[in-house]
Design a protein around this ligand. Sequence first.
Ligand code: ADP
Length: 446
Amino acid sequence: MGFKRVLIANRGEIALRILRALRDMGIEVAIIHGKEDRLSLPVRLSDFAYPNYKSNPLDSYLNIEDVITAAKELQCDAIHPGYGFLAENAAFVARCAEEGITFIGPSAEVITLLGDKIEARAAMEAAGLPTAKGSSEPISSAAVASTLATEIGYPVIIKAAAGGGGIGMQIVSKSDEFENALKLCQSRAKSAFGDERVFVEKYIQGAQHIEFQVLADGKTAIHFGERFCSIQRRHQKLVEEGPWLDEKTRAEIGELVCRGAESVGYKGLATFEFLRDAKGDFYFLEVNPRVQVEHTVTELITGYNLVELGIRVAQGEKLPLTQEDIVIRGHAIQCRINAEDPKDFIPSPGRLWECHFPSGFGVRCDTHAYPGYEMPGCFDSLLAKLLVWGRDREDAISRMKTALDETIITGVEHLIPLHRRIMDEEDFANRNITIQYIEMHSDLLG
Ligand code: ADP
């Protein structure tokens, strides 16, 4: 049965992105929002808005019972969580189920499984995915960690089982570093995630970050190819593009991720993240069980509306397309235009006095910004996602330069100068990029 009305439990560009998909599908749009967002585009354009003002602005979007109450009062059949906030909160998904409200995403059980990196690694290894050598259980003793590291070879990385956003990760290259590194990772994990379990994994040198877009209906999964997201700062992506792999490798890894998704009964959109080493070997990192910021890259090269497809499988539809329907055409690049200082990535909130985004052939801009918009400092700093499509990578890079030059934002600092320099940089042009790219090109920070 199709949804009549859906509550968006999110804000910013992704709330607008979801609103547009719902409108395209003839579904009414409801939204819950904080005080800072009362004049935002997704709130103004929605059919029904539920103000939820709190002294801590994050609570407007994070309080489970408030979101459930909003959905019930506004008579919504379903809730779209977007990314961040409650998107990966199994307790929230379980509450939706109790109230008979559809959560647009996978089940609470699947979210719990995938939210634990140790369990997710084990499940995906069992489904045949390649993982980096490492511990299959939490590690709390430096002696145990050191024995394991000798077995798998240094350097290794200590990561939080409940991890996200690169928080707490420690690279260890000698045995005597374990004592401190373990403690540090455990305490960061405890304060960020309330769970101090950590595990050890082989550190992949010279790695590239490559991820696969998947859609599944609970039984069958298909993939939409890969995105290359190695240009990162503090383990967070700045530039994403695709395609990146040859057809044979795409088919091979694509087949594996689909089996992985099917093995856990996955339903909805998912991203399977991997590192690839200099030899070309892949290592599974994690599954993100939700729509991702960079899903837009895949939309441009496949022509499919991924947000709409995610909503359709949540409505109970079977996959409306098969693997053979997915054909990749041309090349797409996305630059994240964050309101941040391009020298040190410090957030730069404030009012946008001028704000003009580019358009034209092969250009897409997903943004909730407009002239006069007050960019709040209490949420993440993503202001706009600027995307271009080109016949090939070279064509896309040229178009991205034109588009960046056409963008005018005054009032806040932003990353356009950095992106413009990246587009001109030789290693970028030659696809000579690893996850250390920004560190290795610190001159680009100006
Ligand atoms: P999170 O969920 O905290 O974002 P991930 O496991 O997805 O953590 O890793 C995020 C980033 O951390 C990767 O893109 C990579 O830059 C780095 N990283 C994680 N694991 C490894 C590893 N085994 N070797 C090298 N780098 C890693």
